[in-house]
Design a protein around this ligand. Structure first.
Ligand code: PHE
Length: 464
């Protein structure tokens, strides 16, 4: 697309809220709290924070800068900088295309639960087998997926400023209010277990924040480090083309350094609040064992039981909770779709409407496969990490564990060694802004980040 009439955000607040909307998603809500509770509470938080300020900062800055510098979509940005990097662009476009269908399926599950709670029948979702019963149905999950996909398409059809920015400016403040309200509530609850022991929300909070060094060996620390890095990477929406696309819509006069810092604070803050919201309530009503569930199990099976145990107020809290999750998921899926749409527009000179419809059809087709993967097309396969997988898990594994580290490693090579860190630094500081952590950035992007990413990749292949 012509650079001069390319859409843009109207200011840095719009950019930050849209990018934070992308970053804050299901990963913050269901994955971060569970990892923190499992990986030594405060220990994990500390490792995560250090990584966010070094590794996360380096990759996020690089992607946003590449986007703004080239004013191109993920598919076309990299080879504008260096001809040999076309395959990186293709990969950075395939990743969101692979994530989009199953993200919409999970979004559909959230729609289903939200509808159950808001119509007052939230308790049903706590019944044994409710979740499995729902996803193994043939039509209902497909219908919910379509609803979620349509909502996403409508926002993206509105364009960058009138669609994505406007939507994020309403949804993100609401999301913050919801998460703060629910967190305050969960800190005040308590319950008595079968043995007569009283468990309080504040005790649950200790599991989250107090560092637990029990049984900490070097290899255990290594796995905490890898968990934190994998989580951070996914959580900041890095290596899936999104931040390049959003960066390309950032105005030249806005302060990139500040904006990147704000996105990091937003994402990490919400992840931490999600921990406060989930860990104490699971602890109070289900004890330490309850915290073992992760992913869909935590959100769709354990939490409904927690809401049921809360009594009548549980249905209200559950409604707020699933509204929150729905908002978080929608702003993320909007960003995935936008990364793809911008690529189609730049590469094939399509109009926005045509690009949205084209990707909508593709996502729907694969989304159907994902839904049918739980019933008509059911099979089981073991992944290199030992997990038993269906179609959804395979797409998740290939995109997150294999392709994303490769995209990130190649981005580091491009920035660190081909165009040079100065290119990014120059873009960030072009209005005379300071580039704080400059030395750190150079060392990270050239040496440390690619090596760490390679280790993560080898681990995903089961080699380490
Ligand atoms: N960053 C989002 C999260 O933390 C996840 C996401 C994945 C967003 C894919 C966009 C695309 O949940």
């Amino acid at each position: 697309m012509d650079e001069n009439n390319r859409n843009s955000f109207t200011g840095s607040i719009g950019f930050v809220l849209a990018a934070a909307g992308s970053a804050v998603g299901l990963g913050n809500i269901w994955r971060f709290p569970y990892l923190a509770a499992r990986d030594g509470g405060g220990l994990f938080l500390l490792v995560y924070l250090v990584l966010a300020l070094t590794f996360g900062y380096t990759l996020l800055t690089s992607e946003v800068a590449l986007g703004r510098l080239t004013k191109q979509s993920p598919l076309t940005a990299y080879n504008k900088l260096s001809k040999g990097f076309k395959p990186l662009g293709v990969m950075a476009c395939i990743v969101p295309m692979m994530i989009m269908p199953y993200y919409c399926v999970i979004g559909g599950w959230v729609v289903k639960y939200f509808l159950a709670f808001i119509t007052g029948s939230g308790v049903n979702t706590a019944q044994e087998g409710y979740f499995t019963g729902f996803i193994t149905e043939t039509t209902s999950p497909i219908g919910m997926t379509v609803v979620f996909l349509f909502l996403t398409m409508i926002v993206v059809l509105g364009g960058v400023d009138k669609g994505i920015e406007r939507f994020s400016k309403v949804i993100m403040p609401l999301l913050v209010i919801l998460i703060v309200v629910i967190s305050i509530f969960t800190l005040t609850i308590s319950d008595t277990d079968e043995l007569g022991n009283v468990r309080t929300g504040l005790e649950g909070l200790k599991v989250l924040v107090i560092p637990n060094f029990e049984g900490l060996t070097l290899s255990r620390f290594f796995s905490v480090l890898m968990d934190a890095m994998g989580q951070l990477f996914y959580s900041l929406s890095i290596a899936m083309g999104i931040m390049v696309a959003y960066g390309s819509y950032m105005r030249d006069e806005d302060n990139m350094s500040h904006s990147v810092g704000q996105i990091e604070i937003f994402d990490t803050g919400i992840a931490f609040l999600a921990g406060i919201m989930i860990i104490p309530s699971v602890y109070v009503f289900m004890g330490r064992e309850g915290m073992e569930a992760s992913g869909p199990g935590l959100m769709f099976v354990s939490l409904p039981k927690v809401f049921e145990r809360m009594g009548p107020v549980g249905n209200y809290i559950g409604t707020l909770f699933f509204a929150l999750v729905l908002f978080a998921a929608l702003t993320s899926s909007v960003s995935i779709l936008e990364a793809i749409v911008s690529s189609f527009m730049d590469q094939f000179k399509m109009s926005r409407v045509a690009a949205v419809i084209a990707e909508g059809v593709i996502a729907l087709a694969f989304g159907l496969l994902v839904c049918l993967g739980y019933n008509k097309l059911y099979f089981e396969i073991e992944l290199p990490n030992g997990a038993i997988a269906q179609i959804l898990d395979i797409m998740d594994y290939v995109s997150n564990n294999l392709l994303m580290p490769i995209v990130a490693i190649l981005t580091c090579l491009l920035v660190g060694w081909i165009v040079g860190p100065e290119t990014v630094i120059g873009e960030v500081t072009k209005n005379g802004e300071k580039f704080r952590r400059r030395g750190l950035f150079v060392v990270m992007v050239k040496f440390i980040a690619p090596v760490m990413l390679l280790v993560l990749l080898l681990k995903a292949f089961g080699i380490l």
